[in-house]
Design a protein. Structure first.
Length: 419
């Protein structure tokens, strides 16, 4: 399958022309483009570089890949995770309670997957509808009793929302907004969908401030278009006629691994905005971005050396987590099946395949008993406690667990500007 790639010359948000690259990650696959072992090497791969606009200071990619066919066959879900279910439950509970929505609240989710998040709103009496391009995930949503429209949401989709769900009280996007090629146009299209006085927009994206702090380059993907801090997000929302209400809807311990959880509302809302903590770095200074690029080179080398030193010492290494963190970290660091024996994942859809880019086999958790390893890198670090409990209870060999963050955040000199 071929994918058309369109290169941009200007900023996705403000249209500025000064958008230099600060990070070159080389060839990169799609994160969920798992392939059969015999097809290894024939998956999609293209250069991935990350830039920043020196007018509005939004970090972004400057290319768009036509992913409509890719998302049509998308199967990723976190519904099997107890931690993820608790997060989704708390998200629904706090959104409805904090902003005063009772039974009958009108809730839309864009990128609704298998309906797991909407189900938690539905359990609390909300009327719900999801928008999801994946046929398989739409089937799963309908089987769970969560209504869904199979489509990529856009300005032309607005008129298709049933009258009984307009205006919406809540529109939710969890790890979907940063996939949109034109985020400003999307915000302008969704604003009329919301109740202009009481409606709220709940968006979860990956936090660019945390990415820089952790050197978490696995979150740079062809599927992602923008990388936001709380400040650049606030500025983007203002451009589209929204106010940022809070970044503290949930306690940090309740959120996922790298989560910037934002609640916004149309300008003039009756809701009151919370103060937002200042950033820990100067994200309007080029040196911050250039220094991050240098840090990334050193942290990737440190991870490679850690794995290969253990292999040289006769130890076996595997990974846990065949989501984007595992797939992209392996691809960017050049680690392959000669370095990492396999990737454990609970998503049965990926079993029997190899990870794109690295071609490391993806296996079920019971493989840890059938083919024991000495060291287990936890790429899905947001679920570390849950994974550690499963390994403790179910794996006889008890491999040593280490978070990938601990390997990437080893001390290195930095040229980044600090506040």
């Amino acid at each position: 399958m071929s994918f058309a790639i369109h290169e941009r010359a200007t900023c996705r948000v403000c249209g500025g022309a000064d958008v230099p690259y600060f990070l070159d990650l080389g060839q990169a696959p799609f994160t969920d483009d798992f392939i059969r072992p015999e097809a290894a090497g024939r998956e999609f791969s293209a250069p991935l570089r990350v830039a920043v606009c020196r007018t509005c200071w939004t970090a972004q990619t400057r290319h768009d890949v036509d992913v409509r066919d890719y998302y049509r066959d998308y199967n990723y879900s976190v519904a099997a995770s107890g931690f993820a279910q608790r997060f989704m439950s708390r998200l629904a509970e706090e959104t409805l309670a904090r902003y005063g929505f009772g039974a009958g609240a009108r809730v839309l989710e864009i990128g609704s997957g298998d309906g797991a998040q909407l189900a938690h709103f539905q359990e609390r009496g909300a009327r719900v509808l999801g928008f999801e391009p994946s046929a398989d995930l739409c089937d799963a949503s309908r089987q769970a009793g969560v209504p869904v429209a199979q489509c990529l949401f856009g300005a032309d989709t607005v008129d298709a929302i049933p009258a009984e769900l307009r205006p919406a009280d809540v529109v939710v996007l969890t790890y979907t907004f940063d996939h949109l090629p034109d985020p400003l146009a999307f915000l302008e299209a969704v604003r009329p969908v919301l109740d202009e006085r009481r409606g709220v927009l709940v968006i979860e994206v990956h936090d660019f401030e945390q990415i820089v702090e952790r050197r978490e380059t696995c979150l740079f993907e062809h599927e992602h278009s923008i990388y936001l801090t709380s400040e650049s997000f606030r500025n983007l929302l203002r451009r589209a006629g929204f106010e940022l209400l809070t970044t503290e809807l949930l306690d940090p311990a309740e959120r996922r691994g790298n989560s910037l959880l934002v609640v916004a509302a149309p300008a003039g809302t009756e809701h009151v905005s919370d103060p937002v903590e200042p950033l820990g770095r100067d994200f309007e200074a080029w040196d911050t971005y250039a220094g991050f690029g240098r840090d990334v080179e050193r942290s990737h080398a440190a991870l490679r050396d850690w794995v290969r030193d253990r292999r040289a010492a006769g130890r076996t290494v595997a990974g846990w987590g065949a989501g984007g963190r595992g797939v992209m970290t392996l691809a960017y660091t050049g680690l392959g099946p000669g370095d990492v024996a396999y990737l454990v994942d609970r998503n049965a859809h990926a079993h029997g395949y190899v990870a794109p880019g690295s071609h490391v086999p993806v296996v079920a958790p019971e493989t840890l008993n059938d083919s024991p390893v000495d060291d287990l890198i936890v790429f899905s670090y947001g679920y570390l406690d849950e994974i550690a409990a499963q390994v403790r209870d179910e794996v006889r060999s008890q491999p040593r667990l280490v978070s990938v963050l601990d390997l990437l955040r080893a001390p290195t000199p930095s040229g980044s500007s600090q506040r």
